[in-house]
Ligand binder design. Structure first.
Ligand code: ZN
Length: 92
């Protein structure tokens, strides 16, 4: 797999994804992605993007604090975590 910007080599990594919903900042840790070793750009698979979108939709449906910090629950097979650590489960 090569970078869509510079054609550099990509390396799998757990990344931190951040975005905004209105005035709120949303930070999601441990998102499995690919980081370009040349330009540092992060890429996500379609499956991961879909999971991020569904997480963002769940957050939007509930109260959105000024800063929302959560873990990416989708990657259980890569990095097992107790379900109680997931902020998304609390928000659902
Ligand atoms: Zn690149």
């Amino acid at each position: 797999m090569t970078c869509g910007l510079c054609k550099g080599q990509m390396q799998e990594a757990l990344t931190t994804f951040d975005t905004t919903i209105g005035d709120s900042v949303v930070i999601i840790h441990d998102v499995p992605g690919y980081v370009c070793q040349q330009c540092g750009e992060t890429w996500y698979s379609g499956k991961v993007v879909a999971e991020i979108e569904s997480m963002l939709n769940k957050i939007k449906e509930s109260y959105v604090p000024e800063v929302f910090v959560g873990n990416f629950g989708f990657a259980a097979t890569r990095k097992p975590k107790p379900a109680s650590n997931s902020s998304i489960k609390l928000a659902a």
